[in-house]
Write a new protein. Structure first.
Length: 535
């Protein structure tokens, strides 16, 4: 994937950057308010990232455009608020949100990683995926991912393993259910409480008829499992209803577009308000995209885009139907009750009654079940071979990280033993900068991915000139496109101009806090018109 051009603006002001090379690019300026961060954030925002613009920049008032190349195909992507327009070859697609964009991207551009989240296998959102090769200027944290909230660092690991084909997503529902039984081995606290009363540890059905503790534990376990399946069914139904609603809306829109008969032999369609023969189509009430569907060619492109969306939602609904049916079968199985004989109850009666005094001591059990369920929905560690492969793959990344660190700082005393530091061991200053740069480099080397590597303010926290030179030499040897930004001191201005392996993009002549100007508006409007976007 090669980024060729980016742009941000509206009909009043804009900025276009088209000077990227396929190798190592450095965007520099002599101050911190020349537009480097807006350029990088706009680029990532156009790719579906969550906004992280400077507070002084009202990004919602602007269109964000990126042109990139994947496997010799040029893609033009524009975002305004939550809506996207994507064009490649003769195909024009419109998307209402990031979810629609990522599904199309996964199917037609290149495969995106999938993880299990809230008991459902899902394609990761750009906000997580982009962190494999992007670091922003703000919200840098060595102990967690950026934009942590819905996603966390465990999701980052699972995404990494999925790219390595080690996610374990091939497990079926029966295998998942068997893995849940491993929870019993982790209930150490409960085992300590009932250590002296072996009968209370019995899993036999008759004991639950005689002991309140065992009955509650048994019923609590079953209830917890039923609630888990119920939550999963509810989540699946929510996704299915949403997909069905959107599919229905687009089917209605498709009927309306097809009803515009522009080839009538007698007469023509005109607007009742202005008598114009021009007819426009707006992709959504929430965004500002408007397309002129007066021509048959334009209307056919929009119809083709809508058909693609309808097919995607139909496929999603069918997939969810299968998952709901499977979960309902699992729920029905849990709801079945066991039957026992009177002889079995009598056999256990004396043992149960002999430990009635211990009943009051056993009150808090199964507290860990809910916390562990997400981790065991698809437990890739069930395969010992796969577990070893994961350890080996992670070790490869850490070896690359430590190797780069020792090259940059031979006398440094850090040792990276994980992709994230512990909460109480957060790196600061140049150590944090080297940590992030080492991780991006190592991920690229081990995954051998073809994504561009983008770092806003790559020399943050006073990375020394000597260390910077080593990092640039190492990164310049990667086959990936590299885009770094930095602010130069007065005595450093011009330092990149004569370096052959660096494409220097200089922003020092930009007006402070005013990167966008009317000088670019004509070209910017032409870019959007190439996507059939009308202001």
């Amino acid at each position: 994937m090669i980024i060729k051009k980016t742009a941000v603006g509206n009909k009043n002001e804009a900025f276009i950057e088209k000077n990227f090379s396929t190798g190592l690019n450095i965007i520099s300026s002599d101050d911190n308010n020349k537009g480097k961060t807006i350029e990088i954030q706009s680029m990532m925002y156009a790719l579906g990232n969550e906004p992280a613009f400077p507070t002084s920049f009202d990004y919602k008032d602007y269109y964000h455009y990126i042109e990139f190349e994947v496997n010799d195909t040029i893609y033009h992507l524009c975002r305004f608020n939550s809506g996207f327009v994507l064009k490649h070859d003769a195909t024009l697609m419109i998307f209402d949100n990031v979810s629609e964009l990522k599904r199309y991207w996964n199917k037609h551009i290149f495969k995106l990683p999938s993880i299990v989240k809230n008991q459902i296998s899902k394609i990761v959102d750009p906000v997580l995926f982009l962190q494999l090769f992007f670091i922003g200027q703000d919200k840098k944290d060595t102990s967690n991912i950026s934009h942590s909230g819905y996603y966390n660092k465990n999701d980052y690991y699972n995404m990494f393993y999925d790219i390595c084909n080690l996610s374990g997503l091939e497990l079926d529902e029966k295998e998942i259910k068997r893995n849940k039984e491993r929870l019993k081995a982790l209930k150490n606290e409960r085992e300590l409480l009932i250590k002296q009363h072996k009968i209370l540890k019995s899993q036999n059905v008759p004991t639950s008829y005689l002991s309140t503790t065992i009955d509650r534990a048994s019923f609590g376990k079953k209830l917890s499992e039923m609630e888990t399946v119920n939550k999963k069914i509810a989540e699946l139904r929510k996704h299915r209803n949403l997909a069905a609603t959107r599919r229905s809306s687009w089917i209605t829109t498709l009927k309306e577009l097809r009803s515009l008969n522009r080839t009538m032999e007698c007469g023509e369609l005109r607007c009742m308000d202005c008598n114009s023969t021009n007819i426009s189509f707006s992709a959504s009430k929430k965004n500002a995209y408007t397309f002129d569907v007066s021509s048959i060619d334009m209307r056919n492109e929009i119809i083709s885009s809508i058909n693609e969306k309808i097919d995607a939602y139909t496929e999603e609904i069918e997939k969810l139907n299968v998952q709901i049916s499977s979960s309902q079968d699992e729920l029905n199985l849990l709801m079945e009750d066991e039957t026992i004989s009177l002889e079995s109850i009598v056999a256990y009666k004396q043992d149960i009654f002999s430990v009635l005094d211990a009943e009051d001591k056993i009150k808090q059990i199964n507290m860990q079940i809910e916390e562990l369920q997400d981790q065991l929905i698809i437990n890739s560690d069930s395969s010992h071979i796969k577990k070893e492969q994961k350890i080996a793959k992670l070790s490869s990344v850490l070896n690359e990280m430590n190797s780069l660190y020792k090259t940059v700082d031979p006398h440094g005393n850090l040792f990276f033993d994980d992709l994230f530091t512990k909460k109480d061991e957060v790196y600061s200053g140049s150590e944090a900068t080297i940590f992030h740069l080492s991780r991006l480099f190592a991920i690229s080397k081990v995954l051998n991915h073809e994504y561009p590597i983008i770092v806003d303010s790559f020399r943050a926290e006073d990375l020394s000139t000597g260390k910077e030179k080593i990092i640039l030499d190492i990164y310049s040897k990667l086959p990936n496109q590299i885009i770094f930004t930095t602010t130069l001191k007065n005595e450093e201005i011009g330092k990149y101009d004569s370096l052959k392996n660096i494409n220097h993009i200089d922003y020092k002549n930009h007006t402070p806090s005013k990167m966008l100007s009317s000088d670019y508006t004509e070209d910017f409007c032409n870019l959007l018109e190439s996507l059939s976007i009308k202001f």
